[in-house]
Design a protein around this ligand. Structure first.
Ligand code: PNS
Length: 194
């Protein structure tokens, strides 16, 4: 039997045609649960990331923070270490799930049935790169994956994982950049005992 229903779906089409009533229910269930993915390298997680995570988690019912397993990069922390750090740093946020993924974000998002990716924008220098990725992901997902940008809070606009790594490598003070337990782990990596 064919049903035509009108739903406030993530797609621009205002109606969907389904051939089973169970599909209607699934669709509606999927619609009620607003989920997003915040992908990134998080090498390491900074206060800037945590600010975006906290704010995105207030907007969505479930936020999956997912660490990219990029085999072409040589990160400071392994994927497992980064996942562990993120879990610890977000333990007071009940609707945040920490995961990892390899390959394309659009494939990962499709597997998880999530249609929104979150990214933080610090400055105009981020914009061109982020815009290109967002448009590519939207195009190649057939419109299934949109990107929502949150502007980084001003106090973290200067902050990046790479500057944190560089500062820490020279034993610089990173206490304003990352949680204390993360700072300790970074210094350990560079052989600085605190
Ligand atoms: O924290 P980063 O390194 O700026 O995050 C970049 C990330 C992980 C969001 C981006 O590189 C990504 O999504 N990579 C997965 C591979 C992919 O989907 N590439 C297509 C984008 S054009």
């Amino acid at each position: 039997m064919l049903w035509m229903i009108f739903v406030p779906a993530h797609k621009s089409a205002g109606c969907v045609i389904v051939n089973e009533i169970s599909n209607v229910v699934n669709y509606r269930m999927g619609d009620i649960m607003k989920a997003a993915i915040y992908p990134g390298s998080f090498d390491p997680v900074t206060f800037g990331h945590l600010d975006i995570i906290r704010r995105a988690a207030e907007i969505f019912d479930e936020l999956t923070v997912s660490v990219l397993n990029n085999k072409t990069k040589s990160p400071l922390f392994s994927v497992e270490e980064r996942v562990k750090m993120l879990k610890e740093a977000t333990k007071d946020m009940p609707n945040v799930v920490v995961d990892s993924f390899s390959g394309l974000l659009i494939d990962y998002a499709r597997e998880k049935n999530v249609h929104v990716a979150i990214r933080g924008l610090r400055a105009i220098t981020d914009f061109e790169y982020e815009l290109q990725i967002a448009q590519t992901n939207r195009k190649f997902s057939g419109g299934d994956l949109d990107t929502m940008f949150l502007t980084t809070s001003l106090e973290y606009a200067y902050l990046s994982s790479s500057t944190v790594r560089e500062f820490a490598s020279f034993n610089g003070d990173i206490s304003q950049c990352v949680p204390e337990f993360v700072a300790k782990l970074i210094y350990e990596k560079y052989g600085h005992v605190k």
